[in-house]
Ligand binder design. Structure first.
Ligand code: TNX
Length: 538
């Protein structure tokens, strides 16, 4: 009986063993990977230059992620390797261990290395070389490596974004990519004042920005309807001023700890946070919280409507500047980036002379805390320092005034980049005071020629604001931002001569499977040839 049992085990075991070895051989790259054409991949933003070599690298359960041993003992590259491993693990189910190494690793692995001194690649460029045996990513800086990791991610099948194990195979087309951005500032703005969005929503938005190689998140932290950042020296700003939002909901705010957590999350994705406190207009939440900020000494009522241009700080009161100094001091301490945004838009009830006096004074306050001031294009009425930056949204004369003052511009033309503009007259969310902005219109423009008299050297970059008077949850954010923001990301990254709507819309269509795998609630524009299933070399 015992020996019969043993025989039975042996016969059952044998085919199982053969099967196991066969499977192991297949996945151990003994079978050549599928030929793939790198030039047919659907990268957004489109890389500056690319050469295909017609083969592919296959990621297997034996693949390791190797990072160059740092000369300075920093663990930044290991963190980048870990970021990549964490991205690839859920869908592949592979262990993907991260190790430091002094030399390029053996076949079958991914290698991240710094190679300083390539001036053309700059701060954020990268070089990617893919052969059948190795994926090598190099850059001058960790930020450049991070941007390159997004390329690796987009070169894998869309199912890589799934949170559950998928069948694969996980192949990356072979060849070389050399890539760097056209503009240093590629951003999105989120209005968390009109409606409040919690830390997890902001983190998800940061991840989506990172996917398209954006590097700035501008948070609009205060407006008439709500004050959203804790200021310890003026606690009623959030206790009262943060207690509601458009439509009368309960609002909310970030404690300084929560805000620091957002900053750090963004930093790990090489995204700089720019905090905005809008002033002297758009200040009702502050005016309702502190009577002393009002010229007549009386606190206003909280506001939950969507009118603009009715509030102003009292520009000739010392207390106003003491208040601003406190706010900017606390905010600067929370801000590793160089900029503080002071709004400055639509101050319709501030006299022009008072407005100019105010902006000049606030510029000095921002500078006294070691930061550079950004403001909406109206601030060019004041005398700006060369380090200050104007954000163009509507007024071409203001943009030209910036150029005359030697001040750089961020381009956010409302007719092209405002993510709260409706796609067309049937869009249920959003406004249309500037235009209906379909996906083609959002893509077909060039920041360097958009305003006569403003050229590329006057421009820091492109930013897409999402005002949230009508936007109440993350799905709605995603619906308005995607896919337009992907096009804006390409405008900020890819040279103008390389951009073409007819070609772009096909590439974008092939991102549908990625949007679905990432559960992005995008707007399925009828102008895009969407492809739910990845096709061909995609
Ligand atoms: C104009 S653009 C504003 C915002 C509104 C937006 C709505 C700008 C600097 N100010 O206060 O939310 O329009 O589209």
């Amino acid at each position: 009986m015992a020996s019969a049992m043993r025989n039975y085990q042996r016969t059952a075991l044998f085919p199982a063993l053969i099967f196991f070895f066969l499977m192991a051989m297949i996945s151990c790259t003994s079978e050549p990977p599928t030929p793939k054409d790198l030039s047919k991949e659907n990268l957004i933003p489109k890389p500056v230059s690319l050469t295909a070599t017609g083969s592919s690298f296959r990621l297997t359960e034996n693949t390791g992620i190797y990072v160059q041993t740092p000369s300075d003992g920093s663990n930044e590259l290991t963190q980048l390797g870990q970021y990549l491993a964490d991205l690839l693990k859920p869908a592949t189910g592979f262990p993907l261990p991260v190790n430091a190494t002094r030399e390029a690793p053996s076949a079958g692995n991914i290698y991240l290395a710094l190679s300083a001194g390539d001036a053309e690649l700059g701060e954020e460029g990268y070089e990617l070389e893919v052969t059948e045996s190795l994926v090598k990513l190099s850059a001058n800086t960790p930020a450049g490596l991070f941007r390159g990791l997004q390329t690796i991610r987009q070169l894998l099948p869309p199912a890589i974004e799934s949170k559950k194990v998928q069948p694969g195979p996980w192949e990356i087309a072979s060849g070389a990519i050399r890539d760097y951005p056209a503009y240093v500032h590629r951003g999105a703005m989120l209005d968390v004042s009109r409606h409040f969005f919690g830390v997890d929503d902001v983190k998800r938005y940061i991840d989506l920005l990172a996917f398209y190689k954006l590097n700035v998140l501008h948070l609009h932290l205060s407006d008439d309807q709500g004050w959203r950042i804790e200021i310890k020296s003026w606690p009623n700003l959030t206790a009262h001023g943060g207690s509601t939002e458009v439509g009368g909901g309960e609002g909310g705010y970030y404690t300084q700890e929560q805000y620091a957590d957002i900053v750090q999350y963004a930093q790990a994705r090489y995204i700089t946070l720019i905090p905005e406190i809008d002033m002297p207009g758009h200040t009702n939440a502050a005016l309702a919280s502190y009577a002393v900020l009002n010229c007549d000494g009386k606190a206003t009522e909280l506001y939950t409507g969507i009118e603009v241009g009715f509030s102003t700080l009292c520009t000739d009161k010392d207390t106003t500047y003491k208040f601003i100094d406190d706010v900017i001091r606390e905010l600067s301490a929370l801000t590793p980036g160089p900029y503080i945004h002071i709004g400055g838009d639509e101050s319709h009830v501030t006299r022009k002379d008072d407005y100019i006096y105010f902006i000049n004074k606030v510029q000095d306050i921002v500078r006294s805390h070691g930061k550079q001031m950004i403001g909406w294009d109206e601030i060019t009425l004041a005398s700006l320092n060369p380090g200050s930056v104007a954000q163009f949204w509507a007024n071409a004369d203001n943009a030209k005034a910036a150029v005359e003052q030697g001040v750089k511009l961020i381009m956010s033309p409302a007719k092209k980049t405002y993510l709260d503009m409706q796609y067309d007259s049937t869009t249920a969310l959003g406004l249309h005071w500037a235009a209906y902005v379909e996906v083609d219109s959002a893509y077909i423009w060039d920041p360097a020629t958009y305003v006569k008299g403003v050229s590329k050297e006057n421009i820091l970059g492109v930013e897409s604001p999402l005002w949230t008077e009508t936007i109440t949850n993350m799905d709605e954010i995603e619906y308005m931002a995607f896919p337009r923001l992907a096009g804006h990301a390409e405008i900020g990254w890819t040279p103008a001569a390389e951009r073409n709507w007819e070609e772009y819309k096909v590439r974008l269509g092939r991102h549908e499977a990625r949007f679905n795998a990432m559960r992005v609630a995008f707007y399925p524009s009828p102008l895009i040839p969407w492809e739910e299933e990845a096709s061909g070399d995609q």
